[in-house]
Write a protein that binds this ligand. Sequence first.
Ligand code: ATP
Ligand code: MG
Length: 273
Amino acid sequence: MARIIAVALPKGGVGKTTTAVNLAASLAVAEKRTLLIDMDSFGASGLSLGFTDGTIKAGLFEVFNFITGITSAIHKTELKYLDFIPSNVQSLQMEERYMRLADNRSILRNSLRGITKDYDYVLLDCPPFLRGLSTNALTAADSALLPVKPGHFSLDAVDKLFNYLEWIRKVANKSIEVEGILMTMHEPNTRVTDITMRELQAKYGKYILETIIPKNTVLGEASFYGKPAILYSVNSRGSAAYLALAREIIARHERVQTSPLQPSIIHQFGQQA
Ligand code: ATP
Ligand code: MG
């Protein structure tokens, strides 16, 4: 049964999509059957994987409207073990309808029921707000992964999500866990980074993941070329960091297995650069 991880934080531009896409690609490289779902009608994770309106056959929009079943919305990607479901929202009218359908907070959980057995990991790339689609994602998920960018209001956004998780546990998904807080766009030895780290350590220390994602321009560049960083610049620090994150998450959930990333895969896709 898949572990469903919602990549969520109620703050824009913190690295949710970059994390969802690159963690999904890294899990796939480790031969974990992975499904990435774009919950954000903006469609950034589809673009980051090279999908355009012309190459998308159906998405969550059609699934939520009962126009197609969820298997018809699954798209293959360049990586053998990575599948993708876009949101496929192409107009304001569609967006309004999509949001209205998402008022039913169980619609995603119900839609996923038939396919989670086919995957090891399902990642949900959430929008930067907590209503509707994020609520759906958190209702369906086993855990939430919170990407945090150093800066003002980062702690506020984490507080908000933790409070929201309390509510979600009460009304919709009593067993949802915190996968962890992931530091993204990290620049060592800057005041902003130091303050953010100190504040988070003090309040949420036990949730902070070991892996830290550095600020690395390759991660932005790769999305312009419609590729996860690992297929664009395998030796970049960004690729290495997301591979390390995949290793950390796999190791946590699959402790019984001897080697979370096979040596041949580490060799093929590079060690920490
Ligand atoms: P939104 O809330 O708008 O959906 P988001 O949280 O999904 O945003 P991203 O789109 O992943 O954030 O990232 C915001 C911007 O920061 C993008 O231009 C992305 O390329 C860039 N970025 C993300 N992570 C890194 C990184 N580690 N180093 C450098 N740039 C990064
Ligand atoms: Mg995004």
